[in-house]
Design a protein around this ligand. Structure first.
Ligand code: AMP
Ligand code: MG
Length: 768
């Protein structure tokens, strides 16, 4: 057994060694010593020569200096790490465990690629490199794709017969910016490739030292995928085949189960006797730390699709090269969006009135010592509604509600809906400026304040349901103001139909009955309060309205939840975290969490003990929540799939669907879409755009959220596309900061100041 360390040998050496071995074998069989001819040079000669030829790096005119200067420029601002659609996060240190997927490309594809190369004055390797970079780019790796490749390094014939380590590694940077046609990309590849080969003598290890990228045990420096031509095996086989007389010799691939890089694509050409292309044999080696075998197989399949596309249509712009099979596209766009469901064609006011008729005596609302039955709550709301109608409230009119957390608040919201108008909820604790801005922008026909309500005598008004004319699903149910990336708070106008669709979808999932008690904790300034207040009231359940001071005190909230026999509660991860630290979330409580990314640790804590936990996701612009996922104790957090009559698209910047596992921006279409931003048609047109995958005339909402699909079809939330800053390579999400400054009308795009007290201990010290 002869084992060679790579430090002493390389791929080129293998057939040389095989030949020496067969010669020796034949000679010994004949009873002679092998008559190898003397080598012209030895490895040590080569090392001396290399030093001499490259010269000193201190001499600016030496080849070493000139070559390094070339690489400094060619690799300036190279992305530190290629974003690949991995199955798992990259571990802090690579294990180098790996495996390989073998594949074969048929003769006709081989011939097509060779033709494409010839027509574009390129080598087959260059065409393959361009296709590989195209694939990686389509898989979310961006437009600047470095690929490593080994180069024989035997630039002198005198080295041909020498066994030794001559191989060097070149970094081939592939520029896909501006969405070039594939043929233009091949031109670019040719130019960088020729320049790289003209500067191939600087050892890669030296280059890394000089360029000094951030070093990490987690990944290879400068590039993480390699492309190589593997023609040595055949030469070994040829040497060995007839070389051992009396023996049959064969080369066998020895799977190393190792991966030097994230992905290595190795190809070998086969030719028929007459010299025609007979196919390409390849294998894709993958790092098991990052990829499952099935994912590596999908890369091979996609790569083949890219090759076929560019052979058939070489002028295709690279961003239009489709890496998905039709069935996959169908799954992404249709199957996983198959959320159609009938929804009652009625307003919330109508559905509530129906419910009141079923059980007027049942308890509808509890607030401290106060309790209202369905009949009582309804009568109060009706009286106020009659008065509101008299004041001019009605369909397509708005009524602002600026009331403290109290039963009157719920009465007022219901009354506005009963009048046919839309409500504009304003938390009276918002900063004055924000309130002023909202009231001015919304231009309501009336603003309900505590003062106004306190002075009203409604005894003269009827307690029967009003029947405002002409209210339909298309009318506005509420306008809620959100801050955001785009400057002033903007009013999101949500229709009656969208609200009823949402509540129907939530009932499908949570199946409330008369026995349920829903603890409402969220300020009405936040749209999700709509779920807490309205869902119970459509199903005979009870709203337990948590007073303001209780909401602010997790200990008090925990006791309220226990004391009232709560069965459901909805809150942000931050509030759930505070509650679980303050004494715990009761076992039987159904947990609804959303509004921010759910940390895995909290997911585990909440779902432990058999609690039913649902992670809910959605922007105000698509009506409260648009996706839902059941959270398991495993801690694998997703935001799940679409709620009823909702379609989710994960798209790239050209609005093309991205494959499973690839990050893209989430777009939402369907019944939950808001009418738009109140009196901001320009902004509405920017965010609510034509849905290229829906029926003619339908719209979709651009969320600004970065997500990716799991292979099961669920969405994983990655972060915001806009509120991200990079401070020395450290990513900060501004979602939380956004919430902190929600109260300020002047806050638009935020900037943060980060202080690093100790390495890795970074904290936000200011935001602007
Ligand atoms: P808003 O429009 O104020 O309701 O904020 C919506 C944004 O909050 C979304 O676009 C997400 O960025 C974030 N968000 C809401 N729910 C979740 C969730 N369950 N997981 C992660 N992010 C969420
Ligand atoms: Mg929301």
């Amino acid at each position: 057994l002869l084992v060679l360390h790579h430090i002493a040998t390389d791929g080129w050496s293998a057939p040389v060694l095989a030949r020496d071995l067969t010669e020796a074998y034949a000679a010994r069989q004949a009873g002679n010593a092998p008559a190898w001819s003397e080598l012209p040079v030895q490895y040590s000669d080569y090392t001396l020569w290399q030093r001499e030829v490259l010269g000193s790096e201190d001499d600016p005119d030496s080849p070493a200096s000139r070559q390094l200067a070339h690489w400094k420029q060619a690799l300036a601002e190279l992305p530190e790490e290629l974003a690949l659609p991995t199955d798992r996060p990259r571990p802090a240190a690579a294990s180098h465990r790996g495996d390989a997927v073998p594949f074969h490309l048929p003769a006709e594809l081989h011939a097509g690629l060779a033709r494409l190369a010839g027509e574009n004055r390129a080598s087959l390797f260059m065409v393959v490199q361009a296709a590989w970079a195209t694939l990686l780019s389509r898989l979310g790796a961006g437009e600047d794709i470095p690929v490593g490749t080994p180069i024989a390094g035997r630039t002198d014939e005198a080295l041909d017969d020498l066994v030794g380590f001559f191989v060097n590694t070149l970094v081939l940077r592939t520029d896909l910016s501006g969405n070039p046609a594939f043929t233009e990309l091949v031109d670019r590849v040719r130019e960088t490739s020729l320049a790289a080969h003209a500067h191939q003598d600087v050892p890669f290890e030296r280059l890394v030292e000089v360029l000094n990228p951030t070093r990490s045990l987690a990944r290879h420096p400068l590039f993480q995928t390699m492309l190589m031509w593997n023609n040595n095996d055949d030469r070994v086989a040829a040497e060995a085949a007839g070389g051992f007389s009396g023996l049959t010799a064969q080369t066998l691939p020895l799977g190393t189960r190792a991966a030097k890089y994230d992905l290595t694509l190795a190809l070998k050409e086969a030719y028929a006797e007459d010299g025609t292309a007979a196919g390409l044999h390849g294998h894709l080696e993958f790092a098991a730390d990052l990829f499952d075998r099935s994912t590596a197989e999908s890369f091979v399949e996609r790569f083949t699709r890219v090759l076929r596309t560019v052979v058939a249509a070489p002028g295709t712009p690279v961003a239009d090269v489709d890496v998905m099979a039709p069935v996959e596209r169908e799954r992404l766009l249709s199957e996983w969006n198959d959320s159609g469901r009938d929804v009652p064609d009625a307003t919330l006011a109508r559905l509530f009135a129906d419910r009141v008729a079923v059980s007027p005596e049942a308890c509808a609302l509890v607030f401290g010592d106060l309790a209202y039955s369905y009949g009582e709550l309804n009568a109060r709301a009706n009286r106020l509604a009659h008065w509101l109608i008299e004041q001019g409230a009605g369909p397509e009119r708005l009524v602002a509600v600026v009331l403290p957390r109290s039963p009157d608040l719920l009465v007022a919201l219901l009354a506005v809906l009963k009048s046919g108008a839309g409500y504009v909820p304003v938390d009276p604790e918002f900063p004055e400026e924000r309130i002023a801005h909202i009231l001015e922008d919304a231009a309501p026909v009336l603003t309900l304040t505590g003062e106004l309500l306190g002075g009203l005598d409604l005894s003269a008004y009827g307690f029967k349901d009003p029947a405002p004319a002409g209210v339909s699903g298309g009318n506005t149910a509420y306008v809620i103001y959100t801050s955001g990336s785009t400057g002033r708070p903007k009013g999101v106008s949500v229709s009656q139909g969208a609200l009823v669709n949402f509540l129907t979808a939530m009932q499908d999932r949570f199946a409330l009955t008369g026995g349920d008690r829903f603890v409402a904790v969220t300020t009405v300034g936040f749209d999700i309060a709509g779920l807490e207040l309205f869902l119970p009231l459509l199903h005979g359940a009870r709203v337990v309205l948590a007073p303001r001071d209780v909401v602010r005190d997790p200990v008090a909230l925990v006791s309220l939840v226990r004391a009232c026999g709560a069965t459901l509660m909805q809150a942000t991860p931050s509030l759930w975290q505070a509650m679980s630290e303050a004494g715990g979330v009761p076992e039987g409580l159904r947990v609804l969490v959303g509004g921010e990314a759910l940390p895995a640790s909290l997911a585990r804590a909440l779902a432990g003990g058999g609690r039913a936990v649902t992670n809910l996701y959605g922007p105000t612009e698509t009506t409260i929540w648009s996706t839902a996922a059941e959270v398991t104790a495993s801690g694998d957090v997703t935001i799940g799939g679409p709620i009823a009559n909702t379609r989710l698209y994960v798209l790239d910047s050209g609005l093309r669907p991205v494959p499973v596992g690839v990050a893209g921006e989430l777009y939402i279409a369907g019944a939950g879409l808001a009418r738009g931003y109140h009196r901001r048609s320009g902004l509405s047109a920017e965010r609510f755009v034509a849905d290229p995958y829906g029926a003619a005339g339908t719209r979709m909402y651009r969320t600004g959220d970065l997500v990716r699909r799991t292979s099961a079809g669920d969405l994983e939330y990655i972060g915001r596309t806009d509120f991200q800053v990079k401070v020395r390579g450290f990513r900060i999400e501004l979602g939380e900061i956004e919430n902190a400054v929600l109260g300020h009308p002047d806050v638009g795009r935020a900037a943060v100041v980060v202080r690093e007290d100790a390495p890795g201990d970074k904290r936000i010290v200011a935001y602007v």
